[in-house]
Ligand binder design. Structure first.
Ligand code: PXP
Length: 238
C-alpha cells in the first residue's frame, strides 16, 4: 500500500495572506502526523510565498515521520537543504510567475545542474527524489543520475477533461511506473490528486508514496486536518 505524504504548504498560504502567525504549518504537521500521515512535505519556494525558512527549521526539529522538502535545483536552495537536512529532497522545477508547479523537472536539459544538486545532497546524507513527467527519456536520465526515487507528475492526469483523456494519462503513468520499478528506484506520485481521482493512481503497481497537498488542506478547512488525513488514507488503502 502506498504511503501518504501530506503537503502543508497551503496552511502557510492562509497565514501569509495576513503575514501573521496563524494557522501555523507546524500545528498542521503535528495534526497530520497524529492522524496517520507517513510523511510531511513542504516546498520552500525561492520567493517564500508560503513556507518560510523558520517553518522548515521548526519542522525539522518536530516532525517525527519522514520530512520531504521540495526544492528547486538552484544552489542557494540546495544550501538551505544541506543545512537543515530533511530526510529527502524532491527536486522540482520552479518559475516565479507560476501559481503552482507546472510539469516535471526537465533533467535532460538541466542534467549538469541536477547532477551537481544530487551530489551535494547525497554528501549531506539526504535521499533525492526527482519530480518528473512520465517520459522514458526523463526516467532514463534519473536512473543515470543515480536518484533514489522518482515522483511522477500527475497534473495532466488530474486535469484531463474527459474520461478517455484521463485513461490515456493513467496508461502513461503506468508505463513510467513500470520503468521506475524495473530500475529499482522508489516510486512516488503527486500533484493535483484529490479524494475523487486518487484511487487509480494509488493502485498503480509498486506505488510507494503519494504526495498530496491542496485537496487535503481544502477539506481540512471543513472537517479538520485529522479527519481529512484519515479519509485520504482510507482511499489509498481501498
Ligand atoms: N508533489 C510535488 C512535487 C509538488 O510540487 C506538489 C505541489 O507543491 C505536490 C506534490 C502536491 O500537489 P497538490 O497540492 O496539487 O496536491
Amino acid at each position: 500500500m502506498a504511503t501518504l505524504g501530506v503537503n502543508i504548504d497551503h496552511v502557510a498560504t492562509v497565514r501569509q495572506a495576513r503575514r501573521t502567525v496563524e494557522p501555523d504549518p507546524v500545528w498542521a504537521a503535528a495534526a497530520a502526523e497524529l492522524a496517520g500521515a507517513d510523511a510531511i512535505t513542504v516546498h520552500l519556494r525561492e520567493d517564500r510565498r508560503h513556507i518560510q525558512d523558520r517553518d522548515l527549521e521548526v519542522l525539522r526539529r518536530t516532525v517525527q515521520v519522514k520530512l520531504n522538502l521540495e526544492s528547486a535545483i538552484a544552489p542557494a536552495m540546495i544550501d538551505v537543504a544541506c543545512r537543515v537536512k530533511p530526510d529527502q529532497v524532491t527536486l522540482v522545477p520552479e518559475k516565479r510567475e507560476e501559481v503552482t508547479t507546472e510539469g516535471g523537472l526537465d533533467v535532460v536539459t538541466h542534467h549538469a545542474a541536477t547532477a551537481a544538486a544530487i551530489d551535494r545532497l547525497r554528501a549531506a546524507g539526504i535521499a533525492v527524489s526527482l519530480f518528473l513527467d512520465a517520459e522514458a527519456r526523463q526516467i532514463d536520465a534519473a536512473v543515470e543520475l543515480g536518484a533514489d526515487a522518482v515522483e511522477l507528475h500527475t497534473g495532466q492526469y488530474a486535469n484531463a477533461a474527459t474520461e478517455a483523456a484521463r485513461h490515456a494519462e493513467l496508461v502513461t503513468l503506468a508505463r513510467g511506473a513500470a520503468m521506475i520499478r524495473q530500475a529499482q528506484l522508489a516510486l512516488a506520485a503527486g500533484h493535483g490528486l484529490t479524494y475523487r481521482n486518487v484511487v487509480p493512481v494509488a493502485r498503480l503497481e509498486g506505488m510507494g508514496e503519494l504526495n498530496i497537498g491542496h485537496s487535503i488542506v481544502a477539506r481540512a478547512v471543513f472537517v479538520g486536518m485529522a479527519e481529512a488525513v484519515r479519509e485520504m488514507k482510507r482511499l489509498i488503502a481501498s
